[in-house]
Design a protein around this ligand. Structure first.
Ligand code: 5AD
Ligand code: SF4
Length: 474
């Protein structure tokens, strides 16, 4: 009998990619995907631990399954990803009806583990080693991934794909749980990355987004030589069929001249740089152990401006980090105004178990203060995004068409002309009237209106000459 899988994914792009891999491996075993949780035989949650809120969402979703699982004990419920690695057995304490806990470095085992649960009925845990548990080589090996399984049908669109080039993180920012959940930083071997890019191109993928927690710190040193991100980009440029290459997320200190020049000189590289600043205060950056000052960041921005004047730079900010005073917060406001990011993701500090901040610094900014600071930064960023987007009115942008716009899908729009959505190389969202046939094409669109997060345009059609006009009217 065909097994049905329901999978829910929260968190970052890494998690989306991990879910794609898990689904691909289960499809090979004959599973079919269902979007109806009650129809599923196996229910998987791919989880995130970066903030408490993401975990609460999963526990709430699990809570809703409690009674159902009691009535259907044969169904398998699994918790995958960062929360599984961080909390391990503790998840059973809060949700004793969960069958399976699998960390992000062990996902290749998911199909076998589900089988084992089905046969034995026992609860299983597969996680990677902690950062102090054994030699570095053993710890690294326990966090390896199984990337080459690609399934275009699991991606939001088959012609856009994530490609992991780096696993883990060694930066140990004091607030962040990622170095614990995803283990030591490892650059994947270039041959694997290039092979996978070729596979994606063979699947008619046009755009690849290279993923790493600090993607521009990518370093591979081994049998294949010494490789940095710029070297990879040069080789990826040669992969026929791939039209656009992006990479996220960047670490400010490693945004060097050579990388910026590679982005400038390689036509497929998109001038979109997500480089989180996190705070505009040197004292806060120091407490976060980010490893740079605001002035270092400013110099990086000047470098970007010199080499890639048209680049779109995006940032992340954390508000209400341990001990953040009103004056320190004001410095984030000033930085936001100075750097004029294309967009910023703003987060309220959330204390995380196992981090240095949790052990050494009190989470002492009240929630309502965090909320107010969050809203204020968002408001300012929106104003800036709106002004930056305005500059595009009247110009032509190159859009990779992704599909029907969400609004148009919600409204159930039918007919030959519907509202479509796509993205520019610098990651701006563009909405225009078009047809489904345009999905997967790269089209020139003229912008006539904007909001802080969207450009509105019309597709530029080729000039229709008078001879056609005459034919039409005769
Ligand atoms: N609390 C709030 N935000 C966090 N981030 C990482 N850890 C935390 C935390 N404990 C934010 C950072 C990072 C983004 C992915 O999430 O801004 O860049
Ligand atoms: Fe977390 Fe810092 Fe690593 Fe980013 S660079 S994943 S914020 S530890």
């Amino acid at each position: 009998m065909v097994q049905h899988l329901y999978i829910e994914t929260v968190g970052c792009q890494m998690n989306m990619l991990d879910s794609e891999m898990v689904v691909a491996s289960l499809r090979r075993r004959g599973y079919e995907i269902t979007s109806d949780i009650r129809q599923a035989d196996t229910i998987l949650f791919n989880t995130c631990s970066v903030r408490q809120h993401a975990e609460d969402k999963i526990y709430s979703a699990l809570g809703k399954l409690r009674d159902w699982k009691e009535k259907h004990p044969e169904k398998v419920i699994g918790v995958l990803g960062c929360m599984a690695q961080k909390d391990q057995q503790q998840i059973f304490r809060r949700a004793p009806y969960v069958d399976l806990i699998v960390g992000p470095g062990q996902l290749q085992q998911v199909p076998d583990l589900i089988e084992q649960v089905r046969q034995g009925g026992e609860q299983l845990v597969a996680v990677s080693r902690d950062r102090q548990d054994g030699s570095l080589a053993d710890i690294k090996r326990s966090h390896e991934t199984f990337d080459p399984l690609r399934d275009p049908t699991m991606r939001p669109t088959p012609f856009q794909a994530y490609l992991r080039i780096q696993i883990g993180c060694d930066k140990f920012c004091t607030y962040c749980v990622v170095p614990m959940t995803r283990g030591p930083e490892q650059g994947r071997p270039p041959s694997q990355i290039l092979q996978e890019a070729q596979l994606l191109a063979d699947q008619d993928c046009l755009e690849i987004t290279l993923l790493g927690q600090t993607v521009n710190s990518y370093h591979y040193q081994g049998e294949e030589g010494d490789w940095r991100l710029a070297d990879l980009l040069e080789q990826l440029q040669e992969v026929e069929g791939i039209r656009r290459i992006k990479f996220v997320t960047n670490y400010p200190r490693d945004m060097d001249q050579r990388l910026l020049e590679a982005v400038r000189d390689l036509p497929k590289c998109s001038p979109y740089l997500h480089v989180p600043l996190q705070s505009g205060s040197d004292a806060v950056l120091e407490r976060m152990r980010r490893g740079y000052s605001v002035d270092d960041y400013r110099q990086m921005m000047e470098r970007i401006d010199r080499v890639l004047p048209e680049a779109a730079v995006a940032s992340d900010f954390i508000v209400g980090f341990c001990g953040e005073t009103e004056e320190e917060f004001q410095l984030s406001v000033e930085a936001l105004r100075e750097f004029r990011f294309k967009n910023s993701f703003i987060f309220k500090y959330s204390e995380r178990q196992g981090t240095r901040a949790m052990e050494q610094l009190p989470d002492d900014v009240p929630y309502d203060v965090k909320q107010r600071r969050n809203n204020l930064l968002l408001e300012i960023q929106n104003e800036i995004s709106e002004q930056e987007n305005r500059r595009f009115v009247g110009s032509s942008v190159e859009v990779l068409v992704e599909g029907q716009s969400k609004k148009s899908a919600r409204e159930g729009a039918e007919g030959p002309v519907i509202q479509m959505v796509g993205r520019t190389p610098c990651d701006r969202i563009v909405v225009f009237d078009g047809t489904r046939r345009q999905v997967g094409q790269i089209l020139p669109v003229t912008v006539y209106d904007t909001t802080p997060h969207t450009l509105f345009g019309s597709v530029m059609t080729e000039h229709v000459g008078p001879e056609l006009y005459l034919l039409g009217s005769s």
